[in-house]
Design a protein around this ligand. Structure first.
Ligand SMILES: *Cc1c(COP(=O)(O)O)cnc(C)c1O
Length: 494
């Protein structure tokens, strides 16, 4: 399978190149040139597999420079770091399920891909005969940073720097990052929001001077952000796997369509769902759920994408994003893979902060979109907990999805079986979750963890329980203009 750039269809890459590069030289995103087909035979085989096998089987069709056995080896390594089933489907009501993607080392869905990516990346470099060290640069809105640090920690031949917005992540997320262990890890706060951090990091990637100076030191940059194909591809697997689990459990018939509701920020998670749909997974609706930063809700209802708007800090910080990078990949698909047009609208976006498309010309029929305010999110956490005796505890991101789904189902009476994609452990956001459920005002995250445990009897993951005993190892905070300088300070000894 060949890969192409969204901004130049003639520019092709192999899978290994796509994973090592992260982003195309022309600033476009790297996408598969076609979608492998999930036919009945393939589907039947997947039903009988465990999760690492399903991942390897799906990836083998995309990453054809890798063998199934090789991929299975990496998947087994990656998913052995999870606590039990890597992505259980939990029934919470008739026809309503939670796909829990947070049983990995950092308790958020980013682990689903970031435990696997380092293996794919190191192997890709080997295949390309590339003996440069890889420098992973990450801009994080909270969860990616920690998951990337854990994934790449002490991986031979790699170095990782994570930039997070100092005041834009939860107390728990920040603590997870600044206590990170590992010989090859660096963490810096940026004064600014996530978009500032992402823009600054992207700039270094495409800065010819930075590229050349690093190269002279035997270092190449790559990305672990969800623009990297090696991040996106593994995420396709859990959509297919959830579907298989529902068939195996007798909850749905094979071939029956289902909905997925996805709490969305950078559009990576839901895009993987769209790719699964394009491969033939029977999907009725993919519901894009946003928080108060609802640029995507506006885009899907009007065709206008306008980043010149107020930025809100919410209790679902991993979705506090205005520029949803992976939307470019969707637009490429629904605009007839016309890379000239994509180049035009992204040039317009860079220049004016907006673009507008005629929705009637695009096939977005599988998508629905909605958003939840902070008040609605809080209310949803509380009412969902009170729904039944078990008291299912939602994290704020997942609560956004549930709130949007509730509204959708009221408006449409759609009774299609629905999977809510649950993206984080509630303990990662213990203060907001506890306060919503108990009507309290706890501000100390450690106390909130303890109280939430007592109040709900939901189990606290050990990765979070141990946090308050770990020493702080990373204290650097920089201006957003100084990202490039920080890179060289950290890794090049200048
Ligand atoms: C990253 C993240 C999201 C958003 O996912 P995207 O792929 O950026 O759309 C949602 N919830 C949580 C908990 C996350 O960490």
């Amino acid at each position: 399978m060949k890969y192409v750039s969204t901004r130049d269809r003639m520019r092709t890459y192999t899978a290994a190149e796509a994973i090592v590069k992260g982003i195309s030289d022309d600033g476009g995103l790297i996408v598969p040139s076609s979608f492998p087909v999930l036919n009945e035979a393939k589907f039947d085989a997947l039903l009988g597999m465990d999760y690492p096998e399903r991942v390897a089987s799906i990836l083998a069709d995309y990453l054809d420079d890798f063998s199934f056995e090789e991929l299975l080896g990496y998947a087994n390594k990656a998913y052995s770091r999870f606590d039990g089933d890597p992505c259980p489907v939990v029934k919470v009501d008739d026809g309503l399920y939670m796909l829990e993607l947070w049983h990995g080392p950092t308790c958020a869905f980013k682990d689903m891909a970031l435990t696997l990516l380092p293996h794919l990346m190191v192997a890709s470099k080997r295949k390309l005969g590339d003996d440069c060290r890889t420098l992973i640069l990450v801009a994080t809105s909270g969860d990616t940073g920690k998951a990337a640090l854990e994934g790449f920690r002490d991986v031979e031949g790699t170095e990782i720097i994570v930039f997070y917005p100092v005041d834009g992540v939860s107390a728990m997320q920040k603590r997870q990052m600044i206590t990170q262990r590992g010989k090859n890890v660096h963490v810096a706060g940026i004064k600014g929001n996530f978009d500032d951090a992402q823009t600054a990091v992207k700039k270094v990637f495409t800065d010819p001077d930075a590229v050349a100076r690093l190269k002279a030191r035997g270092i190449e940059m790559s990305s672990a952000n969800s623009i990297n194909w090696g991040r996106l591809a593994p995420q396709i697997a859990y959509y297919v796997s959830a579907y298989c689990d529902l068939v195996n459990a007798g909850e749905i018939e094979q071939g029956e369509r289902i909905n997925f509701v996805v709490p969305t920020g950078n559009f990576g998670n839901i895009l993987a769902g769209y790719y699964a749909y394009r491969m033939g997974l029977p999907v009725h609706k993919l519901i894009v759920a946003s928080n108060a930063n609802n640029i995507l809700t506006d885009f899907f209802s009007t065709g206008s994408y306008d980043v010149e708007r107020e930025f809100y800090k919410t209790m679902s910080p991993s979705m506090d994003i205005l520029v949803s990078s992976n939307l470019e990949r969707l637009l490429f698909e629904v605009m007839g893979r016309d890379s000239v047009k994509i180049r035009e609208i992204y040039a317009e976006l860079a220049e004016t902060g907006r673009f507008e498309l005629d929705l009637s010309e695009l096939d977005l029929s599988v998508f629905e979109a909605g958003w939840a305010s902070e008040e609605e999110t809080k209310e949803t956490i509380a009412t969902f907990f009170d729904l039944d005796e078990e008291g299912y505890v939602l994290d704020p991101h997942t609560a956004v999805a549930v709130s949007v789904y509730n509204e959708y189902s009221l408006e449409t009476d759609d009774e299609t079986p629905t999977v809510i994609v649950s993206t984080a452990s509630p303990y990662k956001f213990a203060c907001d979750v506890y306060n919503a459920i108990a009507g309290a005002h706890e501000k100390d995250p450690d106390k909130a963890v303890t109280k939430l445990q007592l109040f709900t009897a939901a189990e606290c993951p050990s990765a979070i329980a141990e946090l308050d005993s770990l020493p702080v190892r990373h204290t650097t905070v920089i201006e957003r203009e100084d990202v490039k300088k920080a890179v060289f300070d950290f890794v090049a000894g200048e």
